[in-house]
Design a protein around this ligand. Structure first.
Ligand code: PXP
Length: 246
């Protein structure tokens, strides 16, 4: 059974829309934990469009579960991670003009640099995950650089027309099995919703699902604690006979 990492970037997005002090992602992280979140994930972007260093520093002190820092593989971000010491780091690609993370990190083309970065984090007892597409060469390269986890990109599955969803689902299943075979731990995320999460939650071997946008959207209707509780229920006991594909 997978656990749930709640990504709270979109709470900070609402705050930054007015450059004020509410809603506060630090307070909201506590509510997410009360709703059953097994971890809190934030992405500190180079352009600081949502999460700020202040959030990271306070969350480091207040998160009771596990703090996962998503970041680009840059010198600046590495220095911040070494100073704040999140419980884990997830390396993601980052483009200034993108609305959200687009696709996985290309590990194959950056093996040397990423291996060095992961070693630096490891020397400070910070384990690393890498966000990758469910592609065998990227999984092999993730193993080679010393990552502990791969986070498999579920965005293609989530965005696929219904007719192609089972193919994308099969790719994630195969990537999970291959990663486990190589001794990697497996997380997954991006684009998951209350409608499409269950087939992913049923995959054997996925340790954690990182979910943000759909939970924050649902929280507007029912409150964050309840929104997290509802998602947790779907992940813990995905329905055997869902109305949608698989
Ligand atoms: N995993 C990674 C690596 C991400 O970059 C994001 C988005 O910030 C998520 C998971 C969560 O995606 P979503 O907000 O679509 O649930």
């Amino acid at each position: 059974m997978a656990s749930l990492g709640v990504n709270i970037d979109h709470i900070a997005n609402v705050r930054e829309a007015r450059k004020t002090d509410e809603p506060d992602p630090v307070t909201m992280a506590l509510l997410a934990e009360l709703g059953g979140a097994d971890g809190i994930t934030i992405h500190l972007r180079e352009d600081r469009r949502h999460i700020q260093e202040r959030d990271l520093e306070l969350l480091r002190k207040t998160v009771h579960t596990r703090l996962n820092l998503e970041m680009a593989a840059t010198h600046e971000m590495t220095e911040i991670a070494l100073r704040v010491k999140p419980d884990m780091v997830t390396l993601v690609p980052e483009k200034r003009e993108e609305v959200t993370t687009e696709g996985g990190l290309d590990i194959v083309s950056k093996i040397k640099d990423l291996r060095k970065l992961i070693q630096t984090l490891k020397a400070s007892s910070i384990p690393s995950s890498v966000f990758i597409d469910p592609v065998f060469t990227q999984i092999e390269a993730s193993k080679e650089i010393g990552a502990i986890w791969v986070e498999l990109h579920t965005g293609i599955y989530a965005g696929a027309p219904l007719i192609n969803q089972s193919t994308e689902l099969a790719a994630i299943k195969e990537a999970t099995a291959y990663s486990k075979h190589l001794g990697l731990r497996v997380n997954a995320g991006h684009g998951l919703t209350y409608q499409n999460v269950e087939p992913i939650a049923r995959i054997d071997g996925i340790e954690e699902l990182n979910i943000g946008h759909t939970i924050v959207s649902r929280a507007l209707a029912v409150g964050l604690k309840e929104a997290v509780r509802e998602m947790k229920k779907l992940i813990i006991s995905p329905r055997k006979d869902p109305l949608f594909m698989e």
